[in-house]
Write a protein that binds this ligand. Structure first.
Ligand code: TMP
Ligand code: ASP
Length: 234
């Protein structure tokens, strides 16, 4: 398929397709970064594994009524997606304390939240993705109140669906990050990826970390963890 590189992010490339103006190609790279790009390495096979994992999850969510950008898998590392304009708000949903919830608020890692915590981060590499509130979103004109209500509602619905999906595969969904976009009709749909780069997943029995924290904190066995997730999902 003829294509033009539109955007290269830390873990993915987005291409436009001259023959299909309403579509993009999303390609998953082996590159991994953490701490806003401070730590940078390649994880062997990550592109292939995340494309596979993300495809499985997006198909599942769509079967359960979540609107997403996913169209079809094109190759080992590529998917065809609907063209969207990304809303510059990263939505994090947390079920169990880990990561910045521990650092910022003093929860003990592993503490189960009585109800999910939804947080918003300003998607801005220059500013280091700061935590912010809906009022900042409105002041910066990143999304309307109706859009933010829908984004929160979709996030909580996705959380419910994913908690069930992962628990059936003996995994605890600790937390995850979502990105939404506007399609050509201005509708809010789920975009980006859902993978061990963007979720924390622990083995249900042993609490072994099977996600990007193995890379962030040099725990070893990074590729093996991603392979284990892919295996449990297929
Ligand atoms: P945090 O605890 O470091 O704030 O991360 C919360 C969740 O968001 C975790 O599942 C990892 C994911 N995440 C991203 O996908 N991208 C990011 O840039 C960050 C900081 C976290
Ligand atoms: N992806 C982010 C970065 O490169 C942070 C992370 O996932 O920890 O900085």
């Amino acid at each position: 398929m003829d294509r033009k590189l539109l955007y290269e992010g830390k873990a993915k490339r987005i291409y436009s397709i001259p023959d299909k103006p309403g579509m993009y190609i999303q390609e998953f790279k082996d590159d991994a970064t953490a701490f806003n790009g401070l730590k940078k390495e390649q994880i062997k096979n990550k592109g292939v594994l995340n494309a596979s994992i993300s495809t499985t999850i997006f198909r599942y969510l769509m079967q359960h009524g979540i609107p997403t950008h996913f169209v079809e898998k094109l190759s080992d590392t590529e998917m065809l997606v609907k063209k969207v304009k990304i809303v510059q708000v990263e939505v994090v949903c947390r079920n169990i304390a880990a990561g910045s919830l521990v650092k910022r608020y003093g929860f003990k890692e592993g503490t189960v939240m009585k109800q999910p915590i939804v947080e918003y981060y300003f998607k801005s590499d220059e500013l280091g993705d700061p935590l912010f509130t809906e009022e900042h979103v409105f002041a910066l004109e990143l999304a309307t109140a109706d859009e933010m209500n829908l984004i929160k509602e979709l996030t909580l619905k996705i959380n419910g669906l994913l908690l069930k999906f992962f628990s059936e595969r003996k995994l605890k969904l600790v937390d995850f990050k979502l990105e939404f976009g506007r399609d050509d009709g201005g509708n809010i749909i789920l975009a980006d990826e859902i993978s061990p780069d963007t979720c924390r997943l622990w083995d249900s029995e042993t609490n072994k970390k099977l996600d990007k924290d193995r890379f962030r904190f040099d725990l070893g066995g990074v590729e093996e963890a991603y392979e284990e997730i892919n295996k449990r999902l297929s």
